[in-house]
Ligand binder design. Sequence first.
Ligand SMILES: NC(=O)c1ccc[n+]([C@@H]2O[C@H](COP(=O)([O-])OP(=O)(O)OC[C@H]3O[C@@H](n4cnc5c(N)ncnc54)[C@H](OP(=O)(O)O)[C@@H]3O)[C@@H](O)[C@H]2O)c1
Length: 301
Amino acid sequence: MKKVFITGANGLLGQKLVSVFSSENKILASDLQPEFFPPEPKAKEGVFEYRKIDIIDKRNLKNVISYFNPEVIVNSAAYTDVDGCETEKDKAWMVNVEGVKNLVDLCKKKKIKLVHLSTDYLFDGRNGPYSEDEPPNPLGYYGLTKLESEKIIKKNLDDYIIVRTNVLYGNGVRINNFVLWVIEKLKKGENIKIITDEFNNPTLADNLAEAISELVKKDFKGIINVAGSEYFSRYDFAQRIALTFNLDKEKITPITAKELKRKAPRPSKGGLKIDFAKKILSTRILGVDEGLEYMKSNLKL
Ligand SMILES: NC(=O)c1ccc[n+]([C@@H]2O[C@H](COP(=O)([O-])OP(=O)(O)OC[C@H]3O[C@@H](n4cnc5c(N)ncnc54)[C@H](OP(=O)(O)O)[C@@H]3O)[C@@H](O)[C@H]2O)c1
């Protein structure tokens, strides 16, 4: 049983990480809010604790790490609002770069393994999907901060895992994401406009958390892409969502990224190649239909 400190525990991936890791490890979960949203994991007495921690707050972070003394930190905390990162650059830098630096400093000092989440938004989307060794060239500020965090980790630590992923979806408490948004709109009978010219491989957060747990068990070190096994445009993904959840796909109108006019530029042909993950993981990487079916079986509509 390892001691694992999980940040961003109330986020989509964070909730899944807590659930997966708590079956075999002692967990200290943390996030910005005073309480952990989902009911505490079904873990034995004394193996799960929750603390309100801002990763920007060096002193609090240091105190809690000294108290818990983890062998592994899994950092799923981040400022993930891609458009928000363009208008709130200071906040994006503080959370996504300085926050990670704080964790890196502690990991270095106390010889803790760091698992960090990164993104396909590191790339410009001219010729995705991307393998682990392709040169990044972020288009927007979110991608730039995530790239910077990767550089700090690589420069300062030997024992780290950088897991790059993209388009996370899944159920959770107080969670929203593309799939839940599409379901909500179509259920209400609203028309939605979805982009045809942005491609990624959508990733079930539960599946990603399983893969991360396996990587930690294997004591993997380095950079690895872990993402869904199918490459889709957002429009085609929305069509699959409608099909799986028996909703009216006629309400989905195709639109181009240019027409949508969002603040942040995004890679067009983004996404991640997962050949390496498939080779080394026994966790089966799910495709979109399997992921959506899994979600459906756990979602009360
Ligand atoms: N979602 C995706 O499609 C996607 C794709 C590629 C990579 N990733 C990466 O995967 C990781 C997890 O993503 P996610 O979708 O699960 O994110 P999420 O749902 O937005 O969760 C992130 C969590 O971090 C918390 N947080 C924000 N600032 C913090 C701070 N200063 N200190 C402590 N906690 C803080 C957030 O709290 P508040 O909500 O209260 O702010 C939130 O609970 C992130 O590193 C993200 O960059 C995500």
